[in-house]
Design a protein around this ligand. Structure first.
Ligand code: FPP
Length: 282
């Protein structure tokens, strides 16, 4: 946390100091939404919103790195985004290339590893080469893992995982006895080696998941802010983490906080007895 205070301006120290370093999310995933609305409000073309969205990508990556998080996944381009006008799609590819070229020295300096998830084979060849070269250049870094979701769809990811399980089983002759389970599917997702997101942030106020990490967010805490992505600041990120730290994560079990019993065995005997009494046939 000391490293973080050295990095952020004094006006953000109040929020940074309120963060419990022992309860940080290991993995934050972000749906970066609202670039178009940001531009429209300024009577600018939509692409100006995407351009303005690069700054918050940079500052969020830096913050997560200084906070010591393990993984940050950013939804940069969905499989469905190809439906947008050609000029907008081309601009998004150009911005990605620009980001990779600009940021590589800082990624290296901060020991940040870059990865990408999605159907990357469909990317324009130049962008794909730039991406592969940035991924290779940072492969030995051991700090924050920045995972860019590009040409990504949560449903397509699950389909791809199941198809790759089938393919392997066909090749090794085990298809007849193949039985799927959660572990087998998880280990064949694009995200096989990362922990599931603890916190999913969506900017611009929409209450949707938009086909993002459908399998992995089963128990993620959701945080939706009205802030449009180009306006997303370090403070917004700190506020999201503080809100996450207030949540009581139960994973379908019972509360661990002062308001609830930790395990079913901790339910006071009298409650059990009262319930049994109530359910007894009369
Ligand atoms: C959604 O806003 C945003 C996107 C489809 C693209 C996100 C891209 C960036 C933030 C640019 C840079 C990214 C990287 C990784 C360098 P929208 O266009 O759907 O906004 P709207 O809902 O207001 O129209």
């Amino acid at each position: 946390m000391k490293a973080l205070l050295e990095f952020i301006p004094p006006e953000d120290w109040d929020l940074a100091q309120a963060i419990d370093a022992a309860r940080l999310p290991a993995h934050i995933a972000i749906i970066m939404d609202g670039n178009g609305r940001w531009a429209r409000r300024r009577r600018l073309p939509r692409v100006a919103g995407h351009q303005a969205g690069v700054g918050p990508v940079r500052s969020t990556v830096e913050m997560c790195s200084h906070l010591g998080l393990r993984v940050l996944t950013l939804y940069a381009f969905s499989l469905e985004n190809w439906k947008r006008p050609r000029t907008e799609v081309d601009t998004l590819w150009r911005l990605l290339g620009y980001y990779l070229r600009q940021e590589l020295p800082d990624l290296q300096k901060n020991d940040i590893r870059l990865q990408a998830i999605g159907r990357l084979e469909a990317l324009p060849p130049l962008v794909r080469r730039e991406l592969e070269s940035a991924v290779a250049a940072t492969a030995n870094n051991r700090g924050l893992l920045v995972n860019l979701a590009i040409n990504y769809s949560g449903r397509a990811e699950i389909v791809d995982a199941v198809n790759s399980i089938l393919e392997i089983a066909r090749l090794d002759g085990s298809i007849g006895s193949l039985k799927l389970d959660e572990e087998l599917i998880s280990s064949n997702l694009y995200t096989a080696v990362f922990p599931d997101p603890d916190l999913l942030i969506r900017t611009s106020g929409e209450m949707r998941i938009s086909n993002f990490l459908l399998w992995q967010i089963a128990y993620a805490e959701l945080y939706v802010t009205e802030t449009l992505w180009p306006d997303f600041t370090r403070r917004d990120l700190l506020l999201a983490i503080l809100e996450y730290q207030k949540r009581d994560r139960r994973y379908g079990g019972l509360s661990t906080g002062p308001e609830g019993p930790r395990h079913v065995h901790d339910v006071p005997k009298t409650d059990d007895e009262a319930l049994i009494e109530m359910l007894r046939p009369s």
